[in-house]
Design a protein around this ligand. Structure first.
Ligand SMILES: O=C(O)[C@H](O)[C@@H](O)[C@H](O)[C@H](O)COP(=O)(O)O
Length: 331
């Protein structure tokens, strides 16, 4: 099957590679001509403008947009929609806010275009491992494009089947789901990422406590000099908390246990914020996911103004002074 791909970064380029490796064809476009040339060299049909890209696609066209969520994705889909014809499909595979999908899905439908939002998980490893996909949009379109999704998905692999799932939609076990109408795919991906924040924060805090178990503030007989790289490794094997995130942590610590190659300034791309907003809209208490998001904000500041206010209040009611230097509890 043929797929058009706009955006040939770490995700888009590798999606095209995985498809071509498995017998599909691709038309590719990116503002960076070098990225287009590189994939053309690997067998894709390159296009140097959006117009040329659309002209090279077989009808009905399928164009997957894999760009950073926000303005660039919005502008690209708008420009693309003007060039497409009724029956064509536009896929947004980035980390778009699901309400933008709901709006776009309706607007494009009025022009006879189909729109799928595909939350795509797997990062830079997806080319080998496959991508877990959470898809929103019309069922008929999702079904028609099944050969693409099936190839991109990880497949059942060596993950044991879940007892009790016999006779259900086989796509789920392959690693992709039609989650519902427009927006549903990115809604599921948003919650996936919200959970990702929480899991990451849980591991991060646990390892920080282990790392600080030898500080001078503790009685000598309560101090432990922990090898956190080894602990990460042993937990991967038969414990209750293995995961891919733990695998990645173990690899990073094995390489450099001090992690002094990182500053600890943690970015976010929006999904965690939207998860918390959704929890508020639904009045669902999401304490862990909210705290994990705020921990990222905290990571970007030396000391917040709020912390100065805390110090001022403590000084006011108790005469407590701030310590002259960072306390020992922070390594
Ligand atoms: O499932 C995935 O592959 C990841 O969740 C991915 O989609 C994620 O969005 C970015 O790697 C970083 O996200 P943040 O910038 O929000 O941490």
């Amino acid at each position: 099957m043929q797929l058009g791909m706009i955006g040939l970064g770490r995700m888009g380029g590798n999606i095209v590679r995985r498809l071509m490796k498995n017998g599909h064809t691709a038309v590719v476009y990116d503002k960076d001509a070098k990225a287009v040339a590189a994939l053309a060299g690997e067998g894709a049909t390159g296009a140097d403008t959006l117009e040329a890209f659309v002209a090279k696609l077989e009808k009905p066209r399928t164009a997957w947009v894999m760009l950073p969520a926000g303005k660039i994705t919005e502008a690209t889909i708008e420009a693309l929609a003007k060039l497409m014809q009724p029956g064509d499909v536009i896929i947004d595979g980035g980390n778009t806010f699901w309400q933008d999908d709901v709006r776009r899905g309706m607007a494009l439908k009025e022009r006879g275009l189909h729109y799928l939002d595909v939350g795509t998980s797997g990062g830079v490893w997806g080319i080998e491992r496959g991508y877990c996909m959470m898809i929103g949009g019309d069922k008929a379109v999702v079904d028609r494009l099944d050969p693409i999704f099936k190839t991109l998905a990880p497949g059942i692999g060596d993950i044991p089947r879940t007892p009790g799932r016999e006779g259900r939609d086989p796509r789920i076990e392959q690693g992709y789901i039609h989650a519902g109408p427009s927006g549903a795919g990115h809604f599921v991906k948003m919650i996936h990422n919200g959970i990702e924040y929480g899991l990451m924060q849980a591991y991060a805090e646990g390892f920080d406590i282990l790392k600080n178990a030898n500080i001078d503030a503790l009685p000598p007989e309560h101090r432990f000099d922990m090898n956190i790289a080894d602990i990460a490794e042993v937990w991967r094997r038969g414990s209750v908390i293995p995961s891919w995130l733990l695998d990645l942590t173990a690899s990073a610590l094995a390489e450099n246990q001090t992690l002094d190659n990182y500053s600890g300034f943690v970015e976010d791309s929006g999904e965690g914020r939207w998860t918390v907003n959704a929890a508020i809209d639904e009045a669902v208490p999401a304490e862990v996911l909210t705290a994990a998001l705020y921990a990222r904000f905290r990571s970007r500041k030396d000391h917040t103004f709020a912390e100065k206010i805390l110090s001022a209040m403590r000084a006011g009611f108790g005469g407590h002074k701030e310590p002259p230097k960072k306390p020992d509890t922070k390594a």
